[in-house]
Design a protein around this ligand. Structure first.
Ligand SMILES: *Cc1c(COP(=O)(O)O)cnc(C)c1O
Length: 380
């Protein structure tokens, strides 16, 4: 089936352009890698199609710069990734779905075993094979999503009858509050992880996501698993973002029009012109990942775009296919029909937009651009 995305159309037929820079992803990996000691491996979380950037481009860039271990969420992502990086180690964070082990073995993919049931199923497989088959074991240190409870972990890991020949290739846990380093939960999880995995120090251990990498060596153990920071996101809320931007969204101006003082703009008439305004209507909306929650009302400002260095605040509601921007103070020559406006990128940080939308930049990135022209290269 040919979808609109499968065809590549002339650029000027698209409402907008999504540019992704795989080299910037590699640069970000090298920066994170440099923050860890020589005994720590820097892996990459590349789930959700590389946080929306496209794993077919992100994975080769990461592999070429030295990354050898990748974490995806679900088996389908792993099977697709195996074709892209044949020599990499691939872990599936969601673990072993029922009756899927043959696929894991056929594609050389490792589950992150997140429950006793999964561990038992995998250990049974190892017994049948008469050898250990690579898989990670996830222990819950407080987030209460996936992972064996500490009691299950302690009991299972010392039960030779249960494990058979199985020996985990990795023991991992996940931080609940990494984005706020001062949260006491971080230290508690760190101490707990250190204690509970202590008896298994011969097995590689991993606790840190992006925030964990930036929080310092205590959190690094044998492997770190950054995701958002690789894609230019802001892992730690309170600090300046040290990462290089990876994605840029530009939307095209369709029309520029005058709005008389007192008139309203957009669906729901939620925003009133307080003075005579000039607005630009651009061809991007929530169907393109421009989250509707970043809309503007008379009570509460929304997000913004950037045109030639000028800030253009969103006016009224973001609709499915378009956004209206306040360009009253933007010079006329920048407002050509068809001109591009940056809606996210080096000048419009996803984390800043996310603050207006009461979300995090992860949601912006993973929502982006199924209808835009996709271009891979520098963001200039
Ligand atoms: C998504 C994920 C990561 C990466 O997290 P970031 O915050 O994006 O760095 C690491 N570990 C697990 C278990 C995850 O689910």
């Amino acid at each position: 089936m040919l979808t609109t995305q499968a065809l590549h159309h002339p650029s000027n037929l698209y409402g907008g352009r999504l540019t992704i820079d795989p080299e910037a992803i590699a640069t970000n990996w090298r920066l994170l890698e440099s923050r860890t000691g020589p005994a720590t491996e820097c892996a990459a979380a590349i789930k959700a199609d590389g946080y929306g950037t496209g794993q077919d481009k992100a994975a080769p860039a990461l592999f070429e710069t030295g990354c050898r271990t990748f974490f995806v969420a679900v088996p389908t992502e792993a099977v697709a990734l195996r074709q892209i990086v044949p020599e990499a180690v691939i872990y599936v964070l969601d673990g072993l779905f029922p009756d899927t082990s043959e696929h894991f073995l056929n594609h050389d993919i490792r589950p992150v075993l997140g429950s006793l049931a999964e561990l038992e199923e995998w250990a049974g497989l190892c017994k049948a094979a008469g050898k250990s088959l690579d898989a990670a074991v996830h222990v819950d240190t407080g987030i209460h999503r996936l992972g064996l409870s500490p009691e299950e972990f302690r009991t299972a890991m010392t039960d030779k009858g249960l494990l058979g020949p199985f020996r985990p290739s990795l023991i991992m846990s996940h931080l609940a509050c990494g984005s706020t380093p001062d949260h006491p939960m971080n230290r508690r999880q760190l101490d707990f992880f250190t204690e509970i995995t202590g008896p298994f120090a011969g097995i590689p251990r991993s606790l840190a996501n992006s925030a964990g990498v930036l929080m310092g060596e205590d959190y690094h153990f044998d492997m770190v698993r950054p995701g958002i920071a690789l894609y230019g996101g802001q892992a730690i809320e309170s600090k300046p973002n040290p990462m290089t931007p990876v994605a840029k969204v530009e939307a095209r101006i369709m029309i520029v029009r005058d709005v008389p003082e007192g008139d309203t703009i957009g669906y729901g008439a939620t925003q009133t012109a307080r003075r005579p305004l000039k607005n630009a209507v651009v061809a991007a909306g929530y169907a393109d990942g421009m989250l509707r929650r970043a809309s503007s009302t008379d009570e509460r400002p929304g997000g913004f775009g950037m045109i030639g260095g000028y800030k253009a605040p969103i006016l009224g509601r973001i609709s499915m296919d378009m956004i209206t921007l306040d360009v009253t103070d933007v010079p006329e020559h920048l407002l050509r029909r068809g001109a591009y406006v940056e809606m996210l990128g080096p000048q419009v940080a996803a984390a800043d937009l996310a603050a207006y939308a009461e979300t995090i930049d992860y949601e912006y990135l993973t929502s982006l651009g199924r209808r835009f022209e996709r271009v891979y290269g520098p963001l200039t």
